[in-house]
Design a protein around this ligand. Structure first.
Ligand code: SF4
Ligand code: SF4
Ligand code: SF4
Length: 312
């Protein structure tokens, strides 16, 4: 899927010294995995791959370069480009240091869903297309195997890019599958039971936070000693405090990429919290993060004429 074009573009940018490095994906050490790679030499562009297992949000890998002067190109799916747009709006990088190679996204496939449906799987049994795949000669649609966050994606196409490789795609989301909506349809008690069970399993490893391109505080409130907001030992109440706090810090900023959820070693549906907050922001402010560099983020701005109806 467009690997030749991606490698050609990366080589061109590195050879011309337009950028110092290219952030992309390479084959993982495990099957059905593509992991991030930083390529700084034109000789290494052959390591770049692009497939349905590009799970990480690559905007996260820009963050170590905030204080450097390096110019960086990155491959950007819809949600990666939205995260870059938020980072630019929040003045974490000047626009001229970031070169966005936009890639209309074919959706990230869940290995767990493949195994549940197809049983034992080996990479050599598959042949992949954008919307379908062959497994042992039989054709399957990609859609039922998408990660839950991708199945509800409305922006597979990068809203911001310097160049686009590939054809723009139709959004996956048609309302037929939405794990957030399923939760909305439950009673308060059922939702509490669900989250209490999920968050009781949280070992507070912070992999979700570390995968998020927009959780970039140099000192996270969860690890602050003074004041100490949460204890080191994971308990349900401290886990709740951490995850609700993180979701609130992302209000109007989360780009709904699901990278946090995919990073969780306990397979906790942790993306549901920031996604719900995002839905509330969308409904109340008609705003979605990372779609435009110009539109002001509602929770980062203040006007004297704001009605302030919530302060009674
Ligand atoms: S959320 Fe959308 S753009 Fe991001 S990986 Fe999933 S399908 Fe692709
Ligand atoms: S990645 Fe999972 S286990 Fe780790 S802190 Fe996040 S929710 Fe908890
Ligand atoms: S909170 Fe999760 S879904 Fe939202 S931007 Fe961060 S990683 Fe992506």
């Amino acid at each position: 899927m467009f690997e030749k074009e991606i490698r050609r573009k990366a080589k061109e940018l590195l050879e011309a010294k337009t950028v110092d490095l290219v952030i992309g994906y390479t084959s993982g050490s495990l099957p059905f995995q593509a992991r991030p790679i930083l390529v700084s030499s034109p000789e290494d562009v052959g390591k770049l791959v692009w497939n349905h297992f590009a799970r990480s949000n690559l905007a996260r890998y820009l963050l170590p370069y905030r204080d450097s002067s390096k110019k960086i190109a990155l491959l950007a799916k819809g949600c990666d480009a939205r995260a870059v747009a938020v980072l630019l709006q929040e003045e974490q990088f000047p626009r001229e240091r970031i070169h966005i190679i936009g890639l209309p996204c074919p959706g990230v496939i869940s290995r767990r869903k493949l195994e549940e449906k197809l049983g034992e799987i080996k990479e050599e049994d598959f042949s992949w297309e954008e919307n379908s795949f062959l497994f042992q000669g039989e054709k399957w649609e990609v859609r039922p195997f998408l990660e839950d966050t991708c199945a509800r994606c409305r922006y597979p196409n990068p809203p911001l890019y310097d160049e686009l490789i590939g054809e723009e795609k139709e959004p996956w989301r048609d309302g037929s599958v939405d794990y957030l909506k399923e939760l909305d349809n439950q009673s308060r008690e059922e939702r509490w039971q669900f989250f209490a069970a999920e968050l009781s399993r949280c070992i507070r490893c912070y992999a979700c936070r570390n995968a998020c391109p927009l959780c970039y505080c140099k000192e996270c409130f969860a690890e602050s000693d003074s004041p100490r907001w949460v204890n080191g030992v994971p308990t349900l109440s401290d886990n709740l405090f951490f995850h609700l706090g993180r979701s609130m810090h992302l209000a109007g900023r989360c780009v709904e990429c699901g990278a946090c959820e995919r990073a969780c070693p306990e397979e906790i549906k942790i993306g549901l919290l920031p996604l719900k907050v995002e839905e509330i922001v969308r409904e109340n402010f008609s705003f979605e993060a990372g779609l435009s560099l110009e539109e002001e983020a509602p929770l980062l701005t203040y006007k004297e004429s704001d009605p302030g109806e919530f302060i009674k």
